[in-house]
Design a protein around this ligand. Structure first.
Ligand code: URP
Ligand code: ZN
Ligand code: ZN
Length: 462
């Protein structure tokens, strides 16, 4: 298939220019101003007035994530289709080890779940919650199988939290083998203490979720992880960073040469903890961890993104139906399934609140949503850029289209939207995955199972 996307504004992490992109056999063949005359037999797509970007990479999703008697509500089909509608052509999803089960089994289980369902390309981070020696020995084999990043938790005491000793071991292995350690940085003991105190005072409604996850718990965990990364020389990636003091600690560490990366998410950039003041059970929609913070934290996160202290924006997409799942354990805030939807919203939100409102540049938008995640997660340059030889993953974006975000018009399998009612300018119009149109004029054209597994290599810089 030969496709010529012509006369758009091609935007990469370093450049923006009026030009054409020619795709052949699933790859980007040529990019430039006025190259159209060289390809007279190509099917032409006119992108006049539109932005032409690399397909975005969401490095933080939880699709069909098991949680107690339920699982997050998007299947690999609905979740990855929603990703495409939002301009995301690759995701790195979290495969969660069950305590007592091997990492190889975990990978196999997730592969089976995704294989015939996914419609965008996908890879897996592996969550390690049982770091016994036998399981850590599986890591080299997993690297060969394309899993080049692992996640662990300083939070969720008694379930997922690992000790500092295990974390140090993992960091040393990351240095030896060249993989990335993604960390959920909240002090699990502090969260446990705050939760128990609130519950003993009869404070059980979702309004108290944020008080149970104080900012100090994040800051302590971030600072501790940075020190341990510094001592071990391991490869640390702090995910879903939410507050000003964390950004400061990361900036200082980077300045003194600690090998470190960091991610934030759209919900922390544009929402705040006033959502927990909403009456009744409404606040449960934003029961996610870490919780939403203060307005001054949002400003610090934007500044961190603009200055490169924060490297990437992932969604932490982890949807649970408000009516059917968030209510499962209605009587206690600490039992409400944690997480919120967002896989479809990220690229447009970052454009409206970031680029249009002059917080980040057009090129930084592409970098934080596309290029930096591709580099960080070992899929660059086949993903995340518009250069000859890269996969033909392209988004045509209408920078002028104004619309209002709503669960009614989004495609995620969930009955509410984290950003319901927010009006934004900028909309994903068409999406190509490996040269094939999958979204055209906001209509989905793909079929289940057309997404490919990403055999990821060592992240850049590891
Ligand atoms: O609340 C959240 N973020 N749920 C997903 C799991 C995690 O900690 O990332
Ligand atoms: Zn987490
Ligand atoms: Zn997560």
């Amino acid at each position: 298939m030969k496709l010529l996307i012509q006369n758009g504004t091609v935007v990469t992490c370093t450049d923006s220019f009026r030009g054409d992109v020619f795709l052949e056999d699933g790859l980007i063949h040529s990019v430039g101003a006025n190259i159209r005359t060289q390809f007279p037999d190509a099917e032409v797509i006119d992108a006049t007035g539109k932005l032409v970007l690399p397909g975005a990479i969401d490095g933080h999703t939880h699709i069909e994530m098991p949680l107690g008697e339920t699982h997050s509500s998007d299947s690999y089909f609905t979740g990855t289709r929603a990703a495409l509608f939002g301009g995301t052509t690759s995701i790195i999803d979290y495969a969660n080890q069950v305590i007592g089960e091997s990492l190889n089994k975990t990978l196999n289980d997730w592969q089976i779940r995704a294989k015939d369902q996914a419609v965008c390309d996908y890879g897996f981070h592996m969550t390690i919650s049982d770091p016994r020696e036998d399981f850590l020995k599986e890591i080299p084999g997993l690297l060969d199988a394309g899993v080049s990043s692992f996640k662990c938790f300083f939070a969720y005491k008694g379930r997922l939290m690992i000790s500092d000793e295990a974390f140090v071991r993992l960091m040393k292995l990351s240095r030896r083998y060249g993989f990335l350690v993604n960390l959920h940085a909240e002090n699990g003991d502090m969260v446990e203490e705050a939760t128990n105190r609130l519950l003993s005072e009869g404070k059980k409604s979702p309004q108290f979720h944020a008080l149970a996850h104080p900012r100090e718990a994040e800051v302590e965990a971030v600072e501790r992880a940075i020190r341990l990364a510094e001592q071990t020389g391991g490869n640390l990636n702090l995910v879903h960073i939410t507050c000003e003091e964390s950004v400061q600690a990361i900036a200082e560490a980077k300045k003194r040469g600690v090998h470190l990366f960091a991610e934030t998410c759209p919900q922390y950039l544009i929402l705040a903890d006033d959502r927990y003041d909403l009456p009744g059970f409404e606040a449960a929609k934003w029961v996610l961890s870490p919780p939403l913070r203060k307005i001054h934290d949002r400003n610090a996160l934007w500044k961190g993104l603009a200055e490169g202290t924060l490297d990437t924006v992932g969604t932490d997409h982890c949807p649970f139906s408000f009516e059917k799942q968030k209510t499962l354990r209605k009587d206690r805030f600490d039992r409400i399934p944690n997480g919120a939807p967002g896989i479809e919203d990220r690229v447009e939100i970052l454009y409206h609140f970031g680029v249009k409102q002059d917080r980040i540049s057009l090129n930084q938008w592409v970098d934080r949503c596309c290029t930096a995640p591709a580099k960080r997660y070992g899929i660059y340059p086949s993903k995340g850029d518009i250069v000859p030889g890269s996969d033909g993953d392209i988004v045509i974006f209408d920078p002028e289209k104004t619309h209002t975000i709503s669960a009614r018009t989004r495609h995620m399998n969930v009955d509410y939207n984290t950003y319901e009612g927010i009006s934004i300018t900028g909309k994903v119009e068409s999406v190509f995955l490996r040269g094939i149109p999958v979204i055209k004029s906001s209509q989905y054209l793909g079929c289940p199972g057309s997404g490919q597994y990403l055999t990821r290599t060592a992240p850049e810089g590891c």
